[in-house]
Design a protein. Sequence first.
Length: 332
Amino acid sequence: MSIPGLKICAFGVRDDELEALKTLGRELELDLVICQKEPAMETVSYAEGCVGVTISGLSMIDAELLDAYKNMGVRYLTTRTKGVNHIDVEYARKIGLRVAYASYPPSSVAEFTIMMILMSLRNYKQSIWRGQVNDFALSGLLGTELGELTVGVVGTGQIGFQVIKYLSGFGCRIIAYDPYEKEEVKNYAEYVDMDTLYRESHVITLHIPLLPETRHMIRTESIGVMKTGVVLVNCARGELADTEALIQGIESGKIGALALDTIEGESGIIHGDHRIDILPNRSLFYLRQFRNVIMTPHMAFFTATAVNSMVRCGLAGICAMAEGRELREEIK
Ligand code: NAD
């Protein structure tokens, strides 16, 4: 169901989203404006006459932009991502611009998380790097089996729960923390408090939103209570961990391995080819050079299934709000 001719502007459209956007735009009979540039004051005019705007995860939406969209008639904003930390949602609420996120299947990120855990436990980075120079020795590559370990899952929402279900197939002990415990999770994992999770986990994986209270939850103090040699996995948001504390943790040997799909200050760096650029954020690059640190460019979500679903959520979410239908993903 949709309102024929509803005018929507899609900003920050990547090449891999184009086909799905155009197909869905036709299917929903939308008047779709596609802008491959990110939202900014210089690109505001693309949204002229639009009732809705959909944005990417790289789009930074501040009060000035929200005012500009609102003044030109935009009523609805959707992000084609799960996280909304790139939008000033408080200000949007204040001016009455309705915002919704994308709720796509958690399997893309959950599968990637399992891969990151296994790569860390089996020293995959070293084995692949050394293989490039014909070093096929086994020294330094001795791995650990996941089934023998305790894995701590922080956040048992959609992704965290899916990770827990996948982990259950490996036979490891699974402990979890979430302020809102779910009965179905208890079939696979034992809920514990955060301190116990830090103390007892050999592997800790984060699946929580970036909020003022979760920013830098992984810092010197929390790393201090973890097991020596702990494996930390962050496929959620970079700012959940203090990079300087991660560096110290690796240097001291407290952290045994790090697998980061997201890292503090990644905005402006990820999802771009910077081979000939001089890049800021020296901590990111210093951290990356350690033999036991894997970094990927915020790509855990990036599967064909997830991209199609994110595009659908972006457009269908605006249609639902415009038609006055209840939308579970709307930020109230
Ligand atoms: P969700 O909303 O379904 O689940 C989040 C869970 O975190 C909720 O159960 C909530 O109660 C819990 N939570 C909130 N504060 C907490 C805290 N202080 N401690 C422990 N738990 C807490 O979200 P989701 O779909 O599972 O996604 C989780 C996060 O993954 C997103 O917020 C996003 O940042 C990240 N993400 C990353 C990628 C990627 O490509 N790397 C893709 C999608 C989502």
